[in-house]
Ligand binder design. Structure first.
Ligand code: GLV
Ligand code: MN
Ligand code: MN
Length: 416
């Protein structure tokens, strides 16, 4: 049987979709999909995925940052390894395809190859990263940075909303953070890193294409902003005497939005805002919010962040509030490797599909390998371009095409 032929259970795309549905039942919250890094749901998902990897013929391990790694050995004589990965953590109230699609597609493609008795002249490691969304801690891409040998151990002290540090959460998960250096790969032994991911945007759908090849990933700066005013009685403090941290924040949010709108190829978002201890009859004394600025141009992004900081400082000063802006995650725009991208494009063309190239507005684990390991990405069309939303959807037919492209790509790399 050829590796991608439909089986009694249906197509590879249908098998992948069924496993994505299984994975989507594993959540930290009862009525919606939320699977944060190192949470109990992450642990359960990691175990499920590791079982699927073993069933696909791989040996498995979980590294010091909780990345699940399945390994298929090379055919005789192969000394290099190809990495294929994506993530199994999610945002809050997530869809079932972001990240998990790439992990499950890789596993099912390896399983099909394994069942067809196929081996490649290189080893393959399929990696399910757990810290891509960066929802729990300030910094993100911990798993992929550890593999790239550039995880900053200061990030072990970061704490999430529950007061638990990354270090403590790793230990509770069953990992040993002191073994972090062992997670790093030797770049000279790695052929490259490849990731299949839903597009999370509308381009492929608009152009009627099931898949596309990523050219580059936008750079990003994330920051935690804190505004301290003075809490007071909502009935007694006259309006001119107030230092209302929430009213100051409202002005800041609009300034951030205006700066994002002022330039093409730049986006600026406040995705989370907390008013600790808020009450109907209290003037808010403290507000914390997040900032996320992205652009394909690092220069534009850095300048926008500096200007946003100046605007926030001016607003805080005028309103008598204190301001702190702490940068939590920063990644430069990352360019995909030409050779890997060309092979993905050739594999797409083999299926009679126009190999559309497009940039990624969203961040991905692949960014962590920038300038360390060559990387390439394949995007899969998603309905309406919707993502970070339970309505996220990619069809089994499109997923099947992505799986066939990935297998064809592996064969091309093997025959190079
Ligand atoms: C991850 O989805 C990100 O781009 O923030
Ligand atoms: Mn993702
Ligand atoms: Mn995401």
């Amino acid at each position: 049987m050829r590796a991608t032929e439909a089986t009694d259970q249906g197509t590879l795309g249908e098998a992948i979709a069924a496993r994505l549905a299984d994975l989507a039942t594993i959540s930290d919250e009862p009525d919606r999909l939320t699977r944060l890094y190192l949470s109990p749901a992450h642990r359960k998902a990691a175990d499920l995925v590791a079982g699927w990897m073993r069933e696909a013929g791989m040996t498995t391990r979980i590294d010091a940052m909780a990345s699940v790694i399945g390994r298929l050995e090379a055919s005789d004589g192969g000394t290099k390894t190809l990495l294929i990965g994506s993530h199994i953590d999610t945002v809050r109230d997530a869809g079932r395809f972001d990240g998990t699609l790439g992990v499950v597609t890789a596993i099912e493609v390896i399983k099909a190859a394994h069942q067809a008795g196929k081996r490649f002249p290189f080893a393959i490691e399929v990696i399910a990263f757990g810290d891509e969304e960066g929802v729990r801690f300030d910094s993100t891409l911990g798993g992929s940075k550890a593999l790239a040998g550039k995880f900053d151990t200061k990030a072990l002290d970061e704490t999430g909303d529950d007061g638990v540090s990354r270090h403590q959460a790793l230990i509770a998960f069953g990992c040993d953070p002191s073994r972090l250096p062992e997670a790093a790969v030797s770049p000279q032994h790695i052929l490259g890193y490849v990731e299949v991911h839903i597009e999370q945007g509308p381009v492929l759908e608009k152009e009627g294409l099931p898949v596309g090849i990523v050219t580059a990933i936008n750079g990003v700066t994330r920051a935690a902003v804190e505004i301290d005013g003075v809490a007071g009685h909502a009935g007694t403090v006259p309006m001119p005497m107030r230092k209302d941290a929430l009213a100051a924040s409202a002005e800041m949010l609009l300034a951030i939005e205006a700066r994002g709108r002022a330039q093409q190829n730049l986006v600026a978002t406040v995705g989370k805002l907390d008013v600790p201890g808020s009450a109907v009859n209290t003037i808010p004394g403290r507000v914390c919010f997040t900032l996320d600025v992205r652009s394909p141009s690092d220069q534009k992004r850095v300048r926008a962040v500096a200007e946003i900081r100046q605007s926030l400082e001016a607003i805080a000063r005028r309103r008598g509030c204190a301001l702190q802006v702490a940068i939590g995650h920063e990644a430069a725009a990352a360019i995909c490797n030409e050779q890997l991208s060309d092979r993905l494009a050739a594999a797409v063309e083999d299926l009679g599909i126009t190999p559309r190239r497009l940039p990624s507005g969203a961040g991905h684990d692949a960014m962590a390998f920038d300038k360390i390991i060559p990387f390439g990405m394949l995007f899969v069309r998603c309905r309406g371009g919707v993502s970070h939303n339970p309505d996220e959807y990619a069809s089994p037919a499109d997923i099947d095409i992505a799986a066939r492209v990935l297998l064809n790509f592996l064969e091309r790399i093997g025959s190079q």
